[in-house]
Write a protein that binds this ligand. Sequence first.
Ligand SMILES: Cc1cc2nc3c(=O)[nH]c(=O)nc-3n(C[C@H](O)[C@H](O)[C@H](O)COP(=O)(O)OP(=O)(O)OC[C@H]3O[C@@H](n4cnc5c(N)ncnc54)[C@H](O)[C@@H]3O)c2cc1C
Length: 380
Amino acid sequence: MTGRAVVDVCVVGGGIVGLALGRELALRGRSVLVLESRRVGERSAANVAAGMLAPASEVDLSDSRLTEFALAAHAMYPEWCAALARESGLDAGFDPTGTLIVALHHDHLALLERLNEFQRERGLTAERLSAASARELEPCLAPGVIGALRTDDTQVDPRRAMRALVAAIAAAGGVLEDGAEVSALVRDGDTYALTVRHRESEATVHASQVVLAGGAWSARVALPAGLPSLPMRPVKGQVVRVRGERLIGHVVRTPDVYLVPRADGELVIGATMEEMGFDARSTAGMVEHLLREAQRVLPGIAELELTECGVGFRPALRDHLPAIGSLDGAGLFVATGHFRNGVELAPITAQLLADVMCEGRTDPLIAPFTPARFATVASA
Ligand SMILES: Cc1cc2nc3c(=O)[nH]c(=O)nc-3n(C[C@H](O)[C@H](O)[C@H](O)COP(=O)(O)OP(=O)(O)OC[C@H]3O[C@@H](n4cnc5c(N)ncnc54)[C@H](O)[C@@H]3O)c2cc1C
């Protein structure tokens, strides 16, 4: 990047949301520059994430408007991954096998029943399974399993998806610069001027439209006075990765832990939810907790190789809903706050925000997530 660059659209943040949006805009013929402060994946929450696409399993944790958005996201995922593979030549690791939510004792069973009620209320289907039927589907489950729910919730490998997105952006003519940190943005006539620290030098990028998609760091870019400030905080999540013989085909969850199997023998075990700011340490207690809970449902993991302990930061806004839309009523947009669901919601966020940016059309699905909801509080 030279001292001064002019582009049509600049996306700040090369996490899964920024990359999905960069691809979508480039496919629509826009000249796109995606700026990522580190190497892609180095500090993105998606690089740690399990990649569950789980509207049914998490319906009890979600606002109904978020469930509706997540269901639409879920429906478009297979075709989105197929298109991504055609454009990039890379497989994003989409796996439609499904999810088993398993009970190990009667408290779990009560939680499963409550979840199943929520699912029925919101028109979602899940199949109740006896312990024997659950073990028929997944023979390595612990003998202590006393019942299960089977849902159509699927999964994708976020690391592979991000690699495919990087290639797809380039194939569509977009540009991704890594090592480029945006520190500030001002209005400059018809454009926005962004201050960018790139390697050892500083540059200015001028863009007609800008999208802040910096995940948990989204509120750190200095903006012109008077704009809503996003009440963003990081919610720390720890996961453990093990590898070896493939013990399960479904994603397996209990109310205490989830296990997400990949085709290549990796198993992702997660995740903690911690209010610890940007504390990036893996801690012995939490790793022990995850492994213990995972072994209770799948004893065979004791024999697998421990390959990684990871930490990521979920971007959480005060109401735990995403912010998608214009921040200033003009060309400055945000796509952030996807909290526990950013992998699932990245494709639909990209598609519907691109509709707003390119056609001025706001789909009712994203209307509840307008960043303007934080303006009232700020001006009050
Ligand atoms: C443990 C864990 C498990 C999860 N599991 C799931 C799951 O199963 N399913 C699911 O859907 N979601 C899951 N999530 C949530 C998901 O990972 C996030 O919601 C998603 O990654 C958010 O995407 P993002 O692009 O907004 O942010 P990120 O993926 O965090 O990316 C933000 C990027 O922006 C860059 N950036 C920030 N500021 C700047 C700047 N000023 N200039 C340039 N670059 C900048 C950062 O370096 C980073 O690379 C999980 C998260 C965690 C932590």
